[in-house]
Design a protein around this ligand. Structure first.
Ligand code: GRG
Length: 296
């Protein structure tokens, strides 16, 4: 199987599992059910759950055990996008080629759809942990890794500084804080959560965390680059939004060419961390190059 086929196979498994999870909530008030489904099934790349499942498989795990953890993680990611798109934050009308949740359902329901996804995620995590009593401690560790990454010292912390820095003079250390927290934290946590589900050596955990850190930062640098050079059709949203909002981005601080070079270097450094795992890490290596070349 080539990379694209393998990626699509994992993607289909994630979509299927997410559909089953959402079905469980079908008796809730219809408006919120529709808003949650609309937000969750809008054609995302599902990169975070795929990273989690792949890391778990790489250390000998069975995806039956990690699938719901992976899906909950995608629900947290989706909540963050729904809230980020609100007028009170980045005020975006389009995402993934479709009107944003608040454009379709109104701001109040969009806030609640994000809240719902976040609550559902933790319910899914806890129920899944209870289904694996023999490995409960590792499940709790994995959930804790995700919770920390999504919280004030992770994604939310990054988002706060991102909002605070709009229109302010460029400061490279602050830029790195924003990128490694707003975006990097959840990507790193996807990998770490997959690994800690199995009893792995400390060295394996360190290697995967370092891979995740480099990959997460590179992911956001590529996002900054796409905002400058990307086209609306592939990205599913308008380019050049960051410049208009005076966002602190890599391209604003380092320019396009240097940003591209930094992203390439980070991907090479990330991939080299995977040597520890030998051939078992081939798919994770390919994901890193896919992230570098992505157009959406
Ligand atoms: C609102 C609590 C809160 C946090 C928001 C992640 C985030 C923090 C905001 C999203 C805004 C943004 C563009 C962040 C950068 C991360 C990023 C590139 C998100 C898009 O992720 P993809 O490319 O999206 O994985 P898909 O559509 O594939 O799921």
């Amino acid at each position: 199987m080539n990379f694209r086929e393998e990626y699509n196979k994992k993607l289909a498994l994630v979509e299927n599992a997410l559909e089953k999870i959402i079905e469980r909530y079908s008796s809730c008030p219809l408006t919120i059910y529709k808003a949650v489904k609309y937000s969750l099934f809008a054609g995302g790349k599902r990169i975070r759950p795929i990273l989690l499942l792949t890391a778990h498989e790489m250390v000998g795990g069975n995806t039956e055990e990690s699938m719901e953890l992976a899906c909950g993680l995608e629900m947290i990611h989706t909540y963050s996008l729904v809230h980020d798109d609100l007028p009170a934050m980045d005020d975006d009308d389009m995402r993934r080629g479709m009107p944003t949740t608040h454009k379709v359902f109104g701001e109040g329901i969009a806030v609640l759809a994000g809240d719902s996804l976040l609550n559902m995620a933790y319910e899914v995590f806890l129920d899944n942990s209870l289904r694996h009593p023999g490995n409960l401690r590792n499940h709790i560790k994995a959930v804790s890794v995700i919770a920390a990454a999504a919280g004030v010292n992770g994604m939310i912390g990054g988002q706060v500084v991102d909002l605070e820095m709009e229109g302010k003079p460029a400061q490279p250390e602050i830029l790195d804080y924003i990128h490694t927290h707003k975006t990097g934290a959840l990507i790193e946590a996807s990998l770490k959560a997959g690994i800690v589900l199995e009893n792995t050596e400390q060295k394996a955990q360190e290697a995967i965390a370092e891979y995740g850190r480099k990959l997460g930062l590179a992911f956001q640098i590529v996002d900054d680059i796409l905002d400058v050079v990307g086209d609306e059709d592939s990205m599913g949203k308008k380019p050049k939004r960051d410049e208009g909002r005076k966002k602190l981005t890599y391209t604003a601080v380092y320019g396009l060419e240097k940003s591209q070079r930094i992203a390439e270097e980070l991907i090479e450094q990330a991939v080299s961390q995977l040597d520890y795992f030998g051939d078992k890490a081939n798919f994770l290596k390919e994901i890193a190059y896919y992230i570098l070349k992505r157009r959406m």
